[in-house]
Design a protein around this ligand. Structure first.
Ligand SMILES: *[C@@H]1O[C@H](CO)[C@@H](O)[C@H](O)[C@H]1NC(C)=O
Ligand SMILES: *[C@@H]1O[C@H](CO)[C@@H](O)[C@H](O)[C@H]1NC(C)=O
Ligand SMILES: *[C@@H]1O[C@H](CO)[C@@H](O)[C@H](O)[C@H]1NC(C)=O
Ligand SMILES: *[C@@H]1O[C@H](CO)[C@@H](O)[C@H](O)[C@H]1NC(C)=O
Ligand SMILES: *[C@@H]1O[C@H](CO)[C@@H](O)[C@H](O)[C@H]1NC(C)=O
Ligand SMILES: *[C@@H]1O[C@H](CO)[C@@H](O)[C@H](O)[C@H]1NC(C)=O
Ligand SMILES: *[C@@H]1O[C@H](CO)[C@@H](O)[C@H](O)[C@H]1NC(C)=O
Ligand SMILES: *[C@@H]1O[C@H](CO)[C@@H](O)[C@H](O)[C@H]1NC(C)=O
Ligand SMILES: *[C@@H]1O[C@H](CO)[C@@H](O)[C@H](O)[C@H]1NC(C)=O
Ligand SMILES: *[C@@H]1O[C@H](CO)[C@@H](O)[C@H](O)[C@H]1NC(C)=O
Ligand SMILES: *[C@@H]1O[C@H](CO)[C@@H](O)[C@H](O)[C@H]1NC(C)=O
Ligand SMILES: *[C@@H]1O[C@H](CO)[C@@H](O)[C@H](O)[C@H]1NC(C)=O
Length: 525
């Protein structure tokens, strides 16, 4: 067992050394090149929270979840205090019934033969909406039930919409969403097999008109499709063709932002850390439809968002989505989509989901916990910064293992993020009874930054952990957010700046990045 692990972990290292690629040239333009993104909106890095678990994340008036609140506040300390947008939805939004006289905020009805991670259905009462007010400083996209199609469906939908308008202050209500991943409706049995995307459009229009206010004030987030092209014997659903002009999907002009979902892989595909997540080539391949859809919608004057996303669909994979390597992936993914000028992304969360950035409550005696992906969020927030002029340029290194992004402020090079995605773990890292063997060096790669002139020095901040498969002892710029230290407040446990770089004679800098680490290099004039 241990022997097998060692082999898989160390093979790539030998490959790197043998091929002599430990020195990498990283070309950088000092002013924003034409390939750089548009200025990144400060709410770019947003979240999606599974509706059935919204009360776990936020709490309610009598029991607010101050831990979750702190984690959102931490991120806003980097982005200039701009509200993140929380989309409250997912699969469970289409299995939720609003019961006006229910005393409890939410009752989740579990059926473990149906799903271990999500209730089969849920009922919500007015207290459910308290959650929207106990978290401070965020804006919302409440998800409403589309699938319900019995005689009660309209009362249910109108009730959900009216309670959202009643309890969520107008300035905090960003948009509404009707339905989750309904392109899968015929496949999942919630609509007849011959249900077409034109039928979907007509149903969506009818539902939106039935909840629209007299002053026509509501705007929507849509279509929130899961997939790219679903072909069945009877129908074809695609986030491209649903916009066919003959369908008139946005005939009322109320769809304000396009939402599309997407994951890098699925639990069915046996994902691995190195092959699936810590693999820049795989990331580019997986993100390709988003890049194409973003171009398509921008050409048509529409804002494109990735409205629900994360690493591995099916709530994530143990040992892949819930370890430090997933934080490195998250940085690579967010910065790649930022570099493509995608308007916003919403990383999906659920209480016991493997890919969740935190566990907001105690489950089976475990928690609350800050989980590895949260550190990726911190790194991204720090790198995007508080300026509203930040542009990101993807510096293509043509490698599975190395990835780099330059950040420009007011058109000038400010900093660069470099990821070394080679998986590394100390020997015996999973054997908690033994101490770590510090005599084995972590392999490193030297990046030569082609900065020509004008910068006096550069400082280096580090995101690291003892190894790629660790879920503890993670830091960004020497800060730990672990729940056990200060319930999610940042606590300094290491150096903020790990190195100060001086330029060579030609004005260029070089920086070492160890395997399974990421750095932010900030340039100083
Ligand atoms: C408020 O939240 C607490 C903690 O999750 C929960 O125990 C309680 O039932 C909730 N109150 C209502 C009315 O749902
Ligand atoms: C809701 O879930 C419960 C528990 O699995 C199940 O007994 C019930 O039939 C479900 N109700 C509906 C309407 O699907
Ligand atoms: C209504 O939903 C059920 C499943 O919940 C589905 O079997 C049925 O085909 C749907 N009917 C229509 C008209 O969409
Ligand atoms: C779709 O199938 C239903 C039966 O499930 C049938 O009543 C209906 O006519 C079909 N619609 C079309 C357009 O074929
Ligand atoms: C999906 O279909 C559309 C329209 O037929 C096509 O343009 C697009 O390339 C396809 N994308 C994927 C990811 O299959
Ligand atoms: C749009 O829909 C019409 C049918 O209404 C169909 O004939 C046409 O091929 C579709 N166009 C595209 C680009 O899918
Ligand atoms: C990275 O992903 C690409 C595309 O999926 C694949 O061809 C390649 O083998 C992967 N690299 C590693 C190191 O697993
Ligand atoms: C909680 O513990 C019970 C009993 O040991 C187990 O069946 C269940 O799967 C656990 N749930 C989670 C989310 O770990
Ligand atoms: C950017 O921020 C400046 C002040 O910091 C403000 O004057 C300007 O309006 C902002 N621009 C945008 C597009 O938000
Ligand atoms: C951008 O760089 C130029 C020199 O290339 C400098 O004159 C200018 O002040 C810089 N702007 C900012 C906002 O740093
Ligand atoms: C784990 O550590 C033990 C001693 O602490 C050592 O004998 C063993 O070889 C180590 N295993 C691996 C895979 O490094
Ligand atoms: C993790 O941190 C704890 C507390 O600071 C420390 O005792 C432990 O040695 C660390 N483990 C590793 C593998 O660095």
């Amino acid at each position: 067992m241990a022997f097998t692990k060692r082999l898989t972990l160390f093979l790539p290292v030998f490959w790197t050394v043998a091929s002599g690629s430990e020195n990498v040239q990283l070309p950088l333009a000092t002013s924003a090149p034409s390939s750089a993104s548009d200025p990144i909106p400060n709410n770019f890095q947003s979240f999606s929270i599974e509706l059935a678990f919204w009360a776990d994340y936020a709490g309610n008036h009598s029991c607010p979840n101050t831990f979750s609140n702190r984690l959102f506040v931490n991120l806003r300390e980097f982005n200039g205090g701009v509200p993140q947008i929380l989309r409250i939805g997912g699969n469970t939004q289409d299995h939720t019934t609003y019961i006006p006289d229910q005393k409890e905020g939410i009752i989740n009805n579990w059926d473990y033969t149906y799903n271990l991670d999500q209730p089969r259905n849920s009922t919500i009462g007015p207290v459910f909406w308290e959650s929207y007010n106990v978290i401070t400083g965020t804006q919302y996209i409440p998800g409403l039930n589309f699938y319900k199609n019995d005689s009660d469906y309209l009362r249910n939908l109108q009730g959900e919409a009216q309670e959202s308008l009643k309890y969520i202050p107008a300035e905090r209500l960003h948009l509404l969403e009707i339905g989750n991943e309904n392109d899968y409706g015929a496949r999942s049995g919630f609509r007849p097999v011959n249900w077409t995307q034109e039928d979907y459009v007509e149903e969506w229009i009818s539902r939106s008109r039935n909840i629209q206010t007299a002053s026509k004030s509501l705007r929507f987030f849509a279509p929130s499709f899961c997939c790219f092209n679903i072909t069945t014997d009877y129908s074809f659903f695609s986030p491209w063709t649903v916009w066919n002009s003959t369908f008139g999907y946005n005939r009322d002009g109320w769809i304000e932002e396009v939402s599309q979902h997407g994951y890098i892989s699925s639990t069915n595909n046996n994902p691995t850390l190195q092959g699936t997540l810590m693999n820049h080539t795989n990331l580019i391949n997986s993100a390709k439809p988003h890049v194409e859809l973003n171009i398509f919608h921008r050409q048509n004057g529409r804002k494109y968002t990735v409205g629900e996303t994360n690493s591995i669909s099916g709530q994530g994979s143990h040992g892949v989505s819930d370890v430090f390597g997933s934080a490195l992936w998250l940085v690579d993914y967010c910065l790649y989509l930022a570099a493509q000028s995608v308007t916003r992304i919403h990383l999906h969360q659920g209480t016991s989901y493997r890919y969740a950035a935190w566990l907001p409550i105690v489950v089976n005696g475990t928690g609350p916990l800050v989980k590895p992906p949260y550190y990726g969020h911190i790194f991204v927030a720090k790198f995007l910064g508080s300026s509203n002029t930040t542009q990101i340029n993807n510096v293509d290194l043509g490698s599975d293992y190395y990835s780099a992004y330059a950040a420009y402020e007011a058109g000038n090079l400010s900093r660069v993020a470099i990821l070394n995605l080679l998986t590394w773990d100390p020997p015996n890292s999973t054997d908690t009874s033994s101490s770590i063997d510090a005599t084995i060096d972590r392999p490193k790669t030297t990046f030569n930054l082609g900065v020509s002139q004008g910068y006096r020095s550069a400082t280096v901040e580090l995101m690291t952990a003892p190894g790629a498969t660790f879920d503890t002892n993670i830091t960004v710029a020497g800060i730990s957010y672990d729940y056990d230290l200060a319930e999610g407040r940042g606590v300094r446990v290491g150096k903020d700046i790990v190195a100060t770089l001086q330029p060579g004679k030609d004005g260029s800098f070089s920086v070492d990045v160890e395997a399974s680490q990421a750095v932010v290099v900030t340039f100083h004039r």
